[in-house]
Design a protein around this ligand. Structure first.
Ligand code: PEP
Ligand code: MG
Length: 576
């Protein structure tokens, strides 16, 4: 029977394909079929992960300070016992063999069985040990994530390239991993429109919908679904007329995209001749070809933290240097703005959610960098070394206070001094910019314009922090409003103040790629946009059709308006 589910569309277009249900990467691992000739390797992978965890636990034991309570050692003993028990070391191997499945899935199946047995235990103390089993399994899952695993071959035949990924939730780390797979669409039950998960999904340029609430329960594996990412609608098991209608719409959409490609090499200029810079946001060096294919004239935001995700170790200086250098070389002299790692909140290097009371307000981005001077220095050295291979800029995320800026500039100076001492070259004129994404920074901009070479407005966080709306929480996503008068006035104020101080300013949040807002931002005086490659040509087309002189008065009216209906009316007028 056909039915429809509604959510929030985060990336437009239409996909028609068969559902592939995946569970959360951590404990609800995805299931893949492992061909029988690879079963031995898969078992070995599990054995190696278990050995890694064993060694980790021994390290934990060695780090227990003398005189620490006895319970510390007892806890390690208990975890080692759980790890060595045949329920984890032998049974999952048998499951891999019997079910021809990946190690993560086997571990999950076994964990579920164990937990069900724990629930039957009368003794409260023993029942509590359930959490120890979960912790040990989580450690093994994490170790598995650091080992190249079996990846399912792309499906062949009718379903090839047309799989619709359905999940309860995906972390940004999960989504970036899926970049290697061909999916036609992403559907998740949770998530806000500018959560990092949605941001990365959008970068894949495939229709995606979040906040569907019950898609994972309602959609069955392999079921035929239509995804309308523009409207945020999923049609499950569609009838023939619906299918025909959406096939037609899909063709029209694809035709439009092909037409747009003709603009690739056209320079972005308004009708009255003002040049506009359109840069790309990337997560990984592998994203550069797509940026160039869509005519990006630079990389405006390289979210370097994605180099730190999906792995159990940290990328060292040389590995980071190679990644940054690769992008600098591939962009062939065009500017490459690399943001220092913005980990924390919903992006964690171990893939696990930190149990901090308020992650978005906690230790993330530059705050985290400054508490880990060694790790930060490693990145700064790698960035500076890469600056010899192109036009590299450093961008600092989430600055809020003068103190943070001074510490950051001191860390950069220290990295430079170290390289000088070792005779290692770097671009001495390298520019350092700051992201303006905290209202405090926007309102006290002088603190930053005095000491920085450029600014980049991060509207995703600026909106989150201005409106006190968690960008990852779909329960409040209806309140996440880029057109809120406070947001508009903050953005226009930043552009105006930066202009007066002659400090170049770009905008790299999701607003930059929303074609409905292009004219508004132009009217506010923005001349430099950075967005996911998928939106570059749409925005360019809009720039080419716009006349700044006509836009400015309407922009000014919008800054004075406070009534939402009036604001939307003015925006329509601006876009007509
Ligand atoms: C932003 O906050 O607008 C931004 C570009 O950074 P991120 O989305 O990575 O937090
Ligand atoms: Mg941000």
């Amino acid at each position: 029977m056909s039915f429809t589910i509604h959510g929030i569309g985060v990336s437009g277009g239409i996909a028609i394909g068969h559902a592939h249900i995946v569970s959360h990467a951590r404990l609800e691992a995805a299931r893949y079929v492992v061909p029988s000739h690879q079963v031995g390797d898969e078992s070995l992978r599990l054995a190696e992960a278990i050995r890694t965890v064993h060694d980790e636990l021994e390290e934990v034991r060695a780090a227990i300070p003398p005189g620490a309570p006895e319970e510390f050692g007892a806890f390690v003993n208990l975890h080692q016992m759980i790890l060595a028990d045949s329920t984890l070391s032998v049974v999952p191997r048998k499951i891999i063999e019997d079910e021809l499945c990946n190690a993560e899935w086997a571990l999950k199946v076994q964990l579920d069985a164990l937990l069900a047995r724990f629930d039957e235990i009368e003794d409260a103390y023993l029942r509590e040990r359930k959490s120890d089993v979960i912790q040990v399994v989580e450690r093994v899952m994490k170790a598995l994530a650091g080992q190249p695993g079996y990846l399912p071959p792309p499906p062949s035949g009718e379903n090839a390239d047309n799989r619709i990924l359905v999940a309860r939730d995906l972390s940004p780390a999960d989504v970036v991993q899926f970049k290697r797979h061909q999916f036609a669409s992403f559907l998740t039950d949770l998530g806000g429109v500018t959560s990092h998960t949605a941001v990365v999904a959008r970068s894949l340029n495939i229709p995606s919908i979040v906040a569907l609430h019950s898609a994972r329960q309602l959609i069955r594996e392999n079921e035929l679904v239509i995804v309308d990412g523009t409207q945020g609608v999923v049609i499950v098991d569609p009838d023939s007329p619906a299918l025909a209608e959406y096939r037609l719409r899909q063709n029209e959409f694809d035709l439009e995209r092909r037409k747009l490609r003709r603009l690739r090499d056209t320079r972005a200029r308004t009708l009255d001749g003002v040049a506009i810079e359109l840069h790309a946001n990337i997560e990984l060096p592998a994203d550069v070809p797509e940026a160039k294919d869509n005519g990006a004239t630079g990389i405006g935001l390289f979210r370097s933290e994605f180099l730190f995700l999906n792995r159990s170790d940290l990328p060292d200086e040389d590995e980071q240097f190679e990644a940054y250098r690769r992008v600098a070389i591939d962009m062939d002299g065009l500017p490459v703005t690399i943001r220092t790692y913005d980990l924390g909140a919903d992006k964690n290097d171990d893939g696990l959610e930190r149990r901090t009371p308020n992650p978005a307000l906690g230790l993330r981005a530059i705050r985290l960098c400054l508490t880990e001077p060694r790790r930060f220095l490693t990145q700064l050295r790698a960035l500076l070394r890469a600056s010899c291979y192109g036009k590299v800029n450093i961008l600092v995320p989430m600055l809020a206070s003068a103190f943070e800026l001074d510490q950051t500039l001191a860390a950069i100076a220290l990295a430079k001094a170290g390289l000088d001492e070792e005779g290692i070259a770097y671009d001495r004129g390298i520019k350092v910019g700051g992201m303006i994404e905290v209202p405090a920074a926007a309102l006290a901009l002088g603190m930053f314009t005095r000491k920085l070479d450029f600014l980049s407005i991060g509207t995703n966080d600026l909106i989150q922090y201005t409106l006190a709306v968690d960008r990852t929480d779909d329960a409040v996503s209806h309140l996440y409003d880029p057109l809120h008068p406070a947001v508009l006035n903050l953005i226009a104020g930043i552009i105006r103040t930066a202009g007066k101080s002659r400090v170049p300013v770009a905008l790299c949040g999701e607003m930059a790629g929303d074609v409905m807002l292009t004219r508004l931002l132009l009217a506010f005086g923005l001349r430099h946009f950075s967005m996911h490659s998928a939106h570059l040509l749409d925005v360019k087309q809009q720039v080419l059709r716009s006349n700044l002189a006509q836009l400015k008065p309407l922009g000014a009216k919008m800054l004075r308006a406070t009534d939402p209906a009036r604001l939307r009316g003015l925006l329509e007028e601006l876009n007509s």
